[in-house]
Design a protein around this ligand. Structure first.
Ligand SMILES: [Zn+2]
Ligand SMILES: [Zn+2]
Length: 418
């Protein structure tokens, strides 16, 4: 099917002002909080060799089998637009030989060929943390707490954390076999995808959205019932660290998450205000991933937060205040150059300033100032020029007064204080 010309591709969106500013605000809150927790930014390419994702997310995962934007470039390389953050970050940590332990955060666009729906796009923003080289359950708890704090900072009040443990290399094989046998007995009730999952990765059946599958696994054995002593202890310590912080969470023993690389802790943030698309994000521990991608044996744990769903869940902002910017208005052609010079001087001092050079009338310039939501107008006419002053009009109050030309920067700044 061809898209109509001059429209954005299906599953993408434009962020026009003020939505672009709302998005930047969310990213800013994330960056600030991540840095408070000692994370530093990592920026990796938006595409990687396809094997990076196949090796980490798992050959049979929905992401790899159905959702990747994969292509061959002109040099016949198999490349994929990144569908998630963790594999590329881990690849970069290994390739650049970063000192371990390291704490990294990322902010950027990701791509999945899924069915577009409310809060879900084919190009989407994700905000993530990766803590590499830290095995302590206290780090799992800290990351879970971080996400809850992030949503709270944005005013999302109804966020609930679900937590689970899915075991380790020692205890998962026995559980897998038990689950596989359970599913084989009921394979007739499962969807075609889940039939394949029984042998490849039976845990994934828990992620299936098909109603018949949900019913079939209702009484299935869960990973928690099969945890080894080490996993059980790790999980207890995660939960007690959350309890110490008074964080509201819910145990969900069917929370396995759809990627192969997780072990032990898995968690998700749920918001009732999102309806069916209720997950704001989530994460877990991935103690084998670094090794599987060719690095040294290194534990890891991380979280990824969906930007669009966060924007949906966050309360609408109050009506925007006027911007910290000035609009320089000239009355006749003779003052236009002076207006431009003043705007330059203000900008050089870090004050946002605009001039409507093409205006035919003063009234039009005031309209432009209002449309730009400027805090004030600085008016230059023949009188002002002769007296060496400017007329400064506060657009919030409508008050106007004369200001000596060398005091204008300070006078404008004083109007910005709110
Ligand atoms: Zn275990
Ligand atoms: Zn199914």
């Amino acid at each position: 099917m061809t898209e109509p010309k001059q429209s954005r591709p299906k599953g993408t969106q434009d962020f026009t002002p003020p939505d672009s500013e709302r998005r930047r605000h969310v990213e800013g809150v994330f960056r600030h909080l991540a840095e408070c927790y000692g994370y530093q930014e990592i920026i990796t390419p938006t595409f990687e060799h396809t094997t990076v994702f196949v090796k980490s997310s798992g050959e049979g995962s929905d992401v790899v089998t159905k959702e990747m934007y994969s292509f061959k470039d002109r040099g016949d390389r198999d490349l994929t637009l990144r569908p998630e953050g963790t594999p590329g970050v881990v690849r970069a940590v290994i390739e650049n030989r970063l000192r371990i332990p390291c704490r990294l955060y990322y902010v950027g666009p990701f791509f999945r060929y899924g069915r577009p729906q409310k809060g879900r796009f084919r190009e989407f923003g994700q905000l993530g943390l990766e803590a590499l080289g830290e095995a302590s359950p206290l780090v799992d708890a800290e990351i879970i707490y971080f996400g809850a704090g992030f949503f709270e900072d944005l005013g999302i009040r109804d966020c609930l954390v679900q937590v689970n443990s899915i075991g380790c290399r020692a205890c998962r094989p026995a559980y897998r076999n038990t689950l596989r046998d359970f599913l084989l007995d009921r394979s007739g009730q499962l969807c075609a995808d889940c039939q394949v999952r029984i042998e490849r990765n039976p845990l994934r059946v828990f992620d299936c959205k098909v109603e018949a599958c949900r019913v079939a696994v209702k009484d299935a054995p869960t990973p928690r019932q099969y945890l080894c002593t080490d996993c059980e202890q790790h999980h207890e310590q995660v939960l007690s660290a959350l309890n110490r912080r008074g964080l509201r969470y819910e145990a969900n023993d069917r929370l396995v998450r759809g990627l192969d690389y997780y072990n032990r802790t898995t968690f998700e943030y749920i918001s009732a205000s999102l309806g069916a698309q209720d997950s704001l994000g989530g994460g877990g521990r991935y103690d084998y991933l670094v090794e599987e991608l060719g690095g040294p044996d290194t534990p890891g744990v991380g979280v990824a937060i969906g930007l669009e769903r966060t924007l949906l869940a966050a309360p609408a902002e109050p009506a925007p205040a006027r911007r910290h910017s000035a609009f320089v208005v000239w009355l006749t052609e003779a003052e236009r150059d002076a207006a431009q010079e003043l705007a330059d001087r203000l900008r050089a001092d870090g004050i946002a300033a605009q001039v409507d050079y093409g205006a035919r009338k003063v009234k039009g310039q005031f309209k432009s100032a209002d449309a730009a939501q400027a805090a004030c107008c600085i008016i230059i006419g023949p009188d002002e020029l002769a007296k060496g002053v400017y007329s400064l009009k506060d657009l919030a109050t409508g008050e106007q007064r004369e200001v000596a030309s060398d005091a204008i920067n300070e006078a404008v700044r004083a109007l910005f204080r709110d």
